[in-house]
Design a protein around this ligand. Structure first.
Ligand code: TXD
Length: 324
């Protein structure tokens, strides 16, 4: 067709394929990350898992939803890493998930082994990628991935705060019967029971929730947020949450690929900010094409700083156990 013959040499030489997003671990979170990524047409997706057939089957199934949803992203499933070469972003979800009665920290050693080997495979083939870690215990796994990869800290980021604040936003919106779109929430600290939701920076259409809800109500929403993961594990019994975690990881992918400079709470490497040095903890960051482009530091009140320090200490304890 004549109209299609515009692909002259000079145009072809400028041709850049769609961004490549590799998702390691094709379980509940990984498959949903792949799904949301192609539904938003953020790029092509490579899904990797150790279980034979699972990444291939899920990738093919998702590709076949393309005509219905109207996306053209390519989807590849594999048990190896060659297809991930030159990824722009690698989302790491491989590992064990919690069962009822387990804490995130119970997963530490097994998941450290898995994440360590995954990172080794990934970085060999994608030297310039940005890594987004999802596997628990989150903050310790990001620290491990950063160490193993040898990447600059701004290109190794952990997903937790976006999820924790999405949970807080959901509860606030339900409580006040307003749109979730009107609610912003601010959550700091590690992804654990000691996370630090900050009510005075959580707002509805710009109004702090401290002006809208009594203190005891806010406290109950904060507690529910901190236990948000366990609440879902108790329902599901055989696994942990995955829709909201995947949506949260994909918000980060989108902010990076579109260079949005979006302020999101992520696990980022602190080199003195918030009084913490040499450790990955959840803080607000600016996410753009270079990864973490800035760490946003706000002045905490005394009790908030104490809660942050306690949360950072809990992360440090895990990192020490891994001898990182
Ligand atoms: O906020 C957050 N960061 C989180 C973290 C929110 C939700 C889930 N969170 C953690 O993510 C959870 O505690 C787990 O550690 C991971 C993945 O959770 P998911 O729910 O997706 O677990 P699944 O369904 O068990 O999937 C894990 C997949 C599974 O298919 C395994 O076969 C695969 O990981 N797996 C591997 N893939 C590649 N390479 C290796 N070595 C490997 N080992 C297991």
């Amino acid at each position: 067709m004549a109209a299609l013959q515009v692909g002259k040499a000079e145009i072809l030489s400028e041709y850049r394929p769609r961004p490549k997003i590799s998702v390691i671990g094709a379980g509940n979170v990984g498959a949903s990350v792949a799904q949301y990524t192609v539904e938003k047409e953020l790029g092509d997706v490579v899904l990797v898992d150790v279980v034979e057939g699972i990444p291939q089957g899920k990738a093919l199934d998702l590709a076949q939803a393309g005509p219905v949803h109207g996306y053209d992203s390519s989807l590849i499933g594999s048990n190896g890493y060659d297809e991930t070469a030159d990824s722009d972003i690698v989302v790491i979800t491989a590992g064990l998930a919690r069962k009822p009665g387990m804490t995130r920290d119970d997963l530490l050693f097994k998941n450290a082994e898995i994440v360590g080997s995954v990172v080794e495979q990934v970085v060999k083939r994608s030297r310039n990628a940005i890594l987004i870690l999802v596997t628990n215990p989150l903050d310790a796994m990001v620290q491990l991935a950063w160490k193993k990869s040898g990447f600059p800290a701004e290109r190794v980021i952990g997903m937790a705060g976006v999820l924790d604040s999405a949970r807080f936003r959901t509860f606030i919106a339900r409580e006040l019967d307003v749109s979730v779109e009107n609610v912003t929430a601010f959550v700091l600290g590690g992804h654990g029971d000691s996370m630090v939701p900050l009510p005075r920076y959580s707002t509805v259409a710009g109004i702090p929730i401290t002006d809208l809800l009594p203190a005891d109500k806010i406290q109950s929403l904060v507690t529910r947020t901190a236990n948000g993961g366990a609440e879902i594990v108790a329902f599901l019994k055989s696994g942990s949450a995955y829709y909201a975690p995947a949506a949260s990881a994909v918000e980060m992918v989108e902010a990076i690929l579109k260079d949005k400079k979006k302020i999101l709470p992520c696990a980022a490497y602190l080199s003195g900010q918030y009084g913490t040095k040499g450790l990955y903890v959840g803080v607000p960051v600016k996410l753009g094409r270079r990864g973490v482009e800035q760490i946003i530091e706000i002045k905490l009140q005394k009790d908030e700083q104490a809660a942050f320090d306690k949360s950072a200490a809990a992360v440090r304890e895990l990192v020490d156990k891994l001898k990182l």
